[in-house]
Design a protein around this ligand. Structure first.
Ligand code: AGP
Length: 607
């Protein structure tokens, strides 16, 4: 989704802005642009397509100056054209970048048009530029104009503004969309996330909802939503610089698939002993809160929702804890009944997903406590939830979530133990699960090593237009995740079903053109699943089955890939890997943009 970078410094900022945009590419976008004040004029350059095209254009016509803002746009209002790309300007004086959606832009636009303002784009953003301009023409200074404009806006926004007549400052604000301030020495920055600025600083201020910032070279002044001056803490972001680098891999997605055996160690580190969960991992006061929990409501979107669906099986089966799971975009808009003592659990890689955040805000006062399982420290969900458990997967750059999902599952298993303890899970059972978790990195490594075999299987997919994914029990959400991965990056239409549902409809679709992928670990449901596979085979369907060693044999129309033997509880995590590899290789064979699939964004900060 849209990305913002801004810089005010004593040195030229164009290279910093362009590098910032490059680092935001993973969020998803379809055009990019920047505006730099050269001491006399605001120079603006915009391009559709990749940031590299903007970089090439800037080489031809260099922009120079020590004050600038830049943007990657993911189209909402108006097609991805150069005219719609940000920054937007009002006359030659003022440039603005925006992430979010202004819901009341139409009446505001009509008002401005009636007053003679000319619009050069179809965007909602351009109204903000003209509203600020109008206020300045009525005698306001930039700060007053910005504040009075923001007070008229409905919707979600993160904004960065620069003005030719006020060349010593950038103004910024956030409400509903993410924005961080990067703190430098004699230079300061804004960006949609820290990743964009790691080349210039590792010190950040995470803005609160409604904050307004005046950024000068040597000074950062912040007002809160009530326009009171506030001090926000500066936090040092600890990172490994190699994260933004593909290393030996052709795509970030593949790098992230291969990282899973290592990153799950980071999810577990400091949270378990040899045989016990360290409950303090959930933060101060978590144990007392967990004592009172009687049910769990999980809210998430996309892949994170699938993690929640797996957790439902664990929470009800192992922890005896009633659990409901719902996609955030549905939950937030319906009248919900929240039972007493509900733990409200959000799951999110980015911590900025607009629907998930809105769902949390809608019910925060009605629930016992909120907990988020998240991968981005300092993100909105982490800051606004009572408790958080970080997945520690490291930045995920590929738009298709991989390591974020498996680490979410690990974190959810830790929560299952914590709640299970209060509901009859014995010390011996806990020790057994923890023992299995210690084996997990090795099991994931064994699965990743199936890469070459899965690449061969993928050859049968690249030419197909549709695929079915089947699973039973906690492996059904894994099948859903496999289908989502295939859709996202290879654009092959895929659907997942609980295998027992086949004969209730989808069996009608089965023929030799419909590959049927099945995750079939060794568990109590395996025999039932085998019967479902026979139903497919009998109708000429082509089966691709991931199964435990020697559990199912390959035969005509049925290819089996043997998985390492796994404890039943870990199967959803381990069996996810071959499905990620399958989608990856199908996408590579089809020649799609694996890391930045069309129309998708990494961080979905608008609803
Ligand atoms: C995953 O591959 C997707 N790109 C998408 O479904 C994602 O999981 C969803 O948008 C939720 O994002 P979040 O985890 O950052 O909240």
């Amino acid at each position: 989704m849209c990305g913002i970078v801004g810089a005010i410094a004593a040195r030229p900022v164009t290279a910093i802005l362009l590098e910032g945009l490059r680092r935001l590419e993973y969020r998803g976008y379809d055009s990019a642009g920047l505006a730099v004040f050269d001491g006399e004029e605001i120079q603006r350059l915009r391009r559709t397509g990749k940031v590299q095209m903007l970089v090439d254009a800037e080489l031809q016509a260099p922009l120079s100056g020590s004050l600038g803002i830049a943007h990657t746009r993911w189209a909402t209002h108006g097609k991805p054209t150069e005219n719609n790309a940000h920054p937007h300007m009002s006359g030659e004086q003022l440039a603005i970048v925006h992430n979010g959606i202004i819901e009341n832009f139409e009446p505001l636009k009509e008002e401005l048009v009636a007053e003679g303002y000319h619009f050069s784009s179809e965007t909602d953003t351009e109204v903000i530029a003209h509203l600020i301009d109008r206020a300045i023409h009525s005698g306001a200074d930039l700060q007053q104009a910005f504040l009075s404009t923001v007070s008229q806006l409905e919707g979600a926004f993160a904004l960065g503004v620069m003005h030719k007549a006020f060349p010593d400052q950038i103004l910024a604000s956030r409400k509903g969309s993410p924005l961080v301030v990067g703190v430098g020495l004699g230079e300061n920055f804004i960006a949609s996330d820290q990743m964009a600025l790691l080349q210039v600083t590792d010190r950040f201020i995470y803005l609160e909802e409604g904050d307004f910032v005046q950024l000068e070279k040597d000074k950062i002044t912040i007002w809160d939503k009530n326009q009171q001056l506030v001090e926000r803490p500066i936090k040092v972001f600890e990172h490994n610089l190699s994260v933004a680098d593909k290393g030996e891999f052709r795509h970030f997605m593949m790098k992230e698939i291969y990282e899973q055996p290592e990153v799950v160690k980071a999810t577990l580190q400091g949270r378990i002993t040899e045989d016990r969960l360290l409950e303090q991992a959930f933060g101060n006061g978590a144990s007392e809160l967990f004592d009172q929990v009687r049910q769990v409501q999980i809210i998430a979107c996309g892949t994170s929702y699938h993690a929640g669906l797996v957790a439902k099986y664990w929470l009800e089966d192992i922890a005896g804890m009633p659990c409901a799971v719902e996609v955030a975009s549905e939950f937030r808009y319906r009248k919900t009944v929240i039972a007493d003592n509900t733990l409200f659990l959000t799951i999110s890689q980015s911590g900025e997903t607009a629907d998930t955040l809105a769902a949390l805000r809608a019910v925060k006062d009605q629930v016992l406590a909120s907990l988020t399982i998240c991968n981005v420290p300092g993100s909105s969900l982490v800051r606004e939830s009572d408790l958080s458990l970080m997945t520690n997967a490291g930045p995920e750059i590929g738009v298709a979530s991989t390591k974020a999902f498996t680490t979410q599952l690990v974190a959810l298993l830790l929560l299952t133990i914590a709640l299970g303890r209060r509901n009859g899970l014995s010390e011996q059972q806990e020790a057994e699960i923890i023992g299995h978790l210690h084996q997990l990195p090795a099991l994931l490594l064994a699965s990743v090593r199936l890469d070459k075999n899965v690449e061969l299987l993928a050859q049968d997919f690249a030419e197909k237009n549709h695929a079915l994914f089947l699973g039973r029990g906690a492996l059904y959400p894994v099948a859903m995740e496999g289908a989502l991965k295939l859709k996202e990056i290879s654009y092959i239409h895929a659907e997942a079903y609980p295998a027992g549902e086949l004969k209730h409809g989808p069996l009608a679709l089965v023929d030799k053109e419909m590959p049927v992928v099945t995750v079939a670990p060794n568990n109590a449901l395996l025999d039932k699943l085998k019967a479902n596979l026979q139903e497919v085979k009998a109708r000429g369907g082509e089966l691709f089955v991931f199964a435990g060693i020697d559990r199912i044999q390959s035969e005509e129309g049925l290819k089996v890939e043997q998985m390492p033997d796994v404890p039943e509880i870990l199967a959803p995590i381990v069996y996810t890997i071959p499905l990620q590899l399958l989608s990856y290789h199908a996408a590579v064979l089809k020649g799609t943009d694996v890391d930045q699939p069309r129309n998708l964004a990494k961080s979905v900060t608008v609803e």
